[in-house]
Design a protein around this ligand. Structure first.
Ligand SMILES: [Zn+2]
Length: 385
């Protein structure tokens, strides 16, 4: 989630005609965080993936997708910033629950000011909701919308819990949410995504290694069922080296970049350079629907610039141009990537062991035997571009 844009921003960013914009998908935004005017939705020229984040906004996302089915891909899920409201245990009191998260290292030597902060925050914190009830709501929302994704979910090592959940400006407490708690809630949601075959929008802030471990773990546990769904690592600040490693070993993971988050860091140009042309998506990560198109468009222009792709000023694809990928502009390429993301069913990064390892029969039958025995070896070859 990003800060509000400046008012001058959209005016300085001239958009192409609707014939081009209708091929653009904003892979990650938060329109239900503000009041949405119907006029804004009516004039929205692109498709958006609208994220839910907490208990109170799942229904808002559902309502938006119901009202604008061709413009909105609904995304249901629980963001790491709000996972302290969720309990993994039955029959714990509110105080026990929040103590176990925030004062877990508390001993007699704990600084009293943290304890005082805890005591003053406790009345403003909601009663914790059980993970099982949250998962059952998630399941029914995903079932109700067959094209819905899981999002926004993920891990965040740097977020601190606000002293009061609703007060503005937000005053941050010293408390963070333990990573193992966040991971348990994320894993439970990812299991539903695998079961229902849904793509994922994944948040990772300062938790790159934990995220990578988790992706590897899901690969090992679910194999084909994991690679059947796509995962969008959204507005993520991984290093180019780490991204290359993810791309090589995780065939179902895409990278989406936003001008709000990624362009704040010098890393983003190197990250775009390191990303295969077929694995990159765009997003706004913004909560004001009026800015989704201009922010997404700005990111398209940055990517086009770094990759040396032309930017379509009109939709000029005849039959010949459509078949020649080298003539495609940035919008067409990113639309192609979005479709691959949406479709899923990515190739396995593992190869069956060489048929020679299984004796007897012809090559085909040896391959089959190796596959049936589930004898797989890791494929460390370079990815196809
Ligand atoms: Zn977000």
């Amino acid at each position: 989630m990003a800060d509000p844009p400046s008012d001058t921003y959209s005016q300085s960013n001239i958009l192409p005609p609707p014939s081009v914009l209708r091929h653009v998908v904003d892979a990650h935004c938060h329109p239900t965080d503000t009041v949405i005017q119907p006029a804004s939705m009516d004039k929205l020229p692109i498709k958006i993936c609208a994220m839910a984040t907490r208990v109170s906004d799942q229904a808002k996302v559902a309502d938006l997708a119901t009202a604008y089915p061709t413009k909105v891909v609904p995304c249901f899920g629980y963001h790491p910033w709000f996972t302290h409201w969720v309990t993994l245990h039955q029959n714990v009191s509110k105080e026990q629950h929040y103590r176990s998260l925030f004062l877990r290292a508390c001993s007699n030597s704990e600084p009293p000011k943290h304890y005082d902060t805890f005591q003053s925050m406790l009345p403003t914190l909601p009663d914790p909701i059980s993970l099982s009830s949250l998962i059952s709501t998630l399941r029914s929302n995903l079932v109700a919308f067959p094209h819905a994704m899981l999002g926004e979910v993920g891990l965040d090592r740097s977020a601190r819990v606000p002293v009061h959940p609703d007060a503005t400006p937000r005053i941050l407490s010293p408390f963070t949410i333990p990573l193992e708690h966040q991971t348990a809630i994320l894993m439970a949601q990812l299991e539903i995504a695998v079961e229902l075959h849904r793509n994922v929008s994944l948040h990772d802030v300062k938790a790159h290694q934990a995220t990578l471990d988790l992706l590897r773990g899901m690969s090992e546990t679910h194999k084909e069922n994991w690679w059947a769904i796509s995962v969008d690592l959204h507005s993520c600040g991984v290093s180019p080296e780490m991204w290359k490693d993810i791309e090589r070993t995780q065939p179902n993971v895409f990278l989406s970049l936003s001008i709000c988050i990624n362009s704040r860091s010098q890393n983003h140009v190197a990250l775009i350079k390191s990303c295969s042309p077929g694995r990159i998506l765009v997003e706004s990560d913004i909560h004001d629907i009026d800015y989704c198109a201009p922010y997404t468009w700005s990111m398209i222009k940055i990517i086009a610039d770094v990759k040396g792709w032309r930017v379509e000023e009109q939709w000029d694809y005849d039959d010949e141009k459509s078949t020649q990928q080298e003539k495609w502009g940035a919008v067409r390429r990113l639309e192609h990537n979005w479709r691959a993301f949406e479709r899923g069913n990515h190739p396995s990064p593992l190869k069956p062991k060489k048929p020679e390892w299984v004796a007897g029969g012809n090559r085909k039958s040896r391959m089959r035997v190796a596959k049936d025995r589930n004898e797989w070896v890791s494929d460390n070859s370079e990815p196809d571009n």
